[in-house]
Design a protein around this ligand. Structure first.
Ligand SMILES: [Zn+2]
Length: 213
């Protein structure tokens, strides 16, 4: 009988033993854990002021790569949200603002200066450098974060690494997932299993439809 057993777990990394699960499904699960589970990332940035040496696109890119804590139970992916709105709603979009203010010393703007309108959706760490400012320079931006998947852009990858290693036993492999911090690794694996189940279901429906035709 196929089984999935937790063999080690800490804050950001988890390993599970996959027993009697065919290689192609095990590998599909690994890929889903890497880039098929939705997490938040900053997607749109409105630059109100940027007198730093970093061009606007560079600043937006830096902000997009900041891992954001994600609560999958409360938010919808935009294309599945009932608002059906291009601009989004409070169930599918979260605004974060950053205003460095004026500085008279050289300083690094860190992720702790990003203030979110939703307490549960914020950078996973306070110490991620975003931009360096010289005296007199300032950045002021409004950012919008949304759920997305890593296959669209790597900034939505749920995991830094997801590996599948053979053991010396027949048909037994170890899946190890290292989270970016957006989700805990357990939730990534559970969401990956759920996603795999959905896709298998859809595939079966398509096959049955073909047969019926
Ligand atoms: Zn919405």
């Amino acid at each position: 009988m196929s089984s999935l057993e937790v063999i080690s777990k800490n804050e950001n990394t988890m390993s599970v033993k996959l027993k009697d699960i065919p290689l192609q499904y095990s590998n599909a699960l690994r890929r889903l854990c890497l880039n098929g589970v939705p997490v938040f990332a900053i997607d749109t940035v409105d630059i109100i002021e940027n007198s730093s040496v970093l061009p606007d696109e560079g600043l937006a890119h830096r902000l997009g790569l900041v891992p954001i804590k994600t609560d999958l139970t409360r938010f919808n992916e935009p294309e599945k949200c009932e608002c059906h709105s291009e601009s989004g709603c409070s169930n599918c979009r979260v605004m974060l603002v950053l205003d460095s203010g004026d500085t008279d010393v050289t300083k690094a703007v860190l992720s702790d200066e990003l203030t979110s309108e939703d307490d549960s959706v914020k950078p996973v760490s306070d110490k991620i450098p975003i931009v360096q400012l010289a005296p007199g320079q300032r950045v002021k931006v409004e950012c919008y974060a949304r759920l997305g998947r890593g296959r669209e852009h790597a900034k939505w990858n749920a995991s830094n690494i997801a590996t599948l290693v053979e053991t010396d036993k027949d048909n037994e492999r170890i899946l190890t997932v290292e989270s970016t911090g957006a989700l805990n690794p357990e939730d990534i694996i559970l969401a990956g299993v759920e996603e795999l189940r959905n896709r298998m279901g859809e595939f079966k429906d398509v096959l049955e439809q073909l047969k019926a035709d």
